[in-house]
Design a protein around this ligand. Structure first.
Ligand SMILES: [Fe+2]
Length: 274
């Protein structure tokens, strides 16, 4: 039987996905933006024309009422374009979510990981009373936090044994790979830093930049805790799943060292409901 070749594709696939996603999103966005601007120009011009027509002549009154209808129609058209733009952003995010699910499904040990990390993270953010907009950003980042692993070969990502130093260094590149992959998608721009920094640790011993304490974005500090809990409580090729109690003991032990104390406190509140 032919052995599966794991030495090709991931890097190319990542590049292709990235290029196609950015291209299609940029094209649609530019098209909608042009139409939207044009609709606004029409509406403005019509408005100016209406203001200029101040006589009481019947014909002019008719023309004025027709132009008013056109102006209203232009505004409706502009609103529809805006909604279409939001739809495109939503479907782009859905595509990325499917990609993240596909990534989790590469390894049955991590199946559903991104979704669970997102649920934990959103719950923590709500307990911490973060603004709704920030919670939405954390939701996007939670779903996509490991998307950069798409570019890592199966033989490394799924390796059951201990990783070599070089392999570990490759794995450590996934936050930056994810960041680069999504950069350019404007609707995800606020989530990028959470993705880039989700392996930073509170004492500055994490990666990729060794950020410390509150220099690490709050979304990244939250995802870090959620990610750690989910990794500990699910089975891995090299160990059985640890209990939630063990994971909580670890959080308490490293509270203020690896983990933001306020995030750990919030997790301790939500875990009672788990
Ligand atoms: Fe990660």
């Amino acid at each position: 039987m032919t052995k599966k070749n794991n030495n090709t594709a991931p890097g190319k696939i990542t590049g292709d996905v990235h290029t196609k996603l950015i291209e299609s999103y940029d094209n649609l966005k530019a098209e909608i933006s042009r139409s939207y601007d044009q609709a606004k120009v029409y509406a403005r011009e019509l408005n100016d024309a209406l203001k200029a027509m101040k006589t009481g002549d019947d014909e002019l009154k008719k023309a004025r009422s027709m132009m008013e209808r056109i102006r209203q129609q232009s505004l409706i058209y502009a609103k529809e374009l805006q909604l279409a733009h939001q739809q495109i952003e939503k479907s782009s995010l859905n595509t990325l979510e499917v990609l993240a699910e596909a990534l989790d499904a590469r390894d049955h040990y991590t199946s559903g990981h991104s979704k669970r990390v997102t649920d934990f993270s959103v719950h923590i953010a709500e307990i911490m009373k973060l603004p709704h907009k920030e919670v939405e950003v954390i939701k996007q980042a939670g779903l996509l936090h490991d998307i950069g692993k798409i570019g890592i070969r199966d033989e490394i990502l799924l390796k059951p044994g201990k990783l070599t130093r070089d392999e570990y260094e490759l794995i450590k590149q996934h936050p930056l790979k994810g960041y680069k992959m999504l950069k350019g998608l404007s609707f995800l721009e606020n989530a990028l830093d959470c993705i880039l920094y989700h392996h930073e640790q509170f004492d500055g011993t994490g990666y990729p930049e060794g950020l410390k304490g509150e220099d690490i974005p709050i979304g990244a500090r939250i995802i870090h805790v959620a990610d750690t809990v989910d990794a500990m409580t699910t089975e891995r090729p090299y160990r059985k799943a640890l209990t939630l109690e063990t994971a909580i003991d670890e959080l308490k032990k490293f509270k203020g060292v690896l983990f933001d104390p306020s995030v750990v406190e919030a997790f301790l509140i939500i875990q009672k409901a788990l």
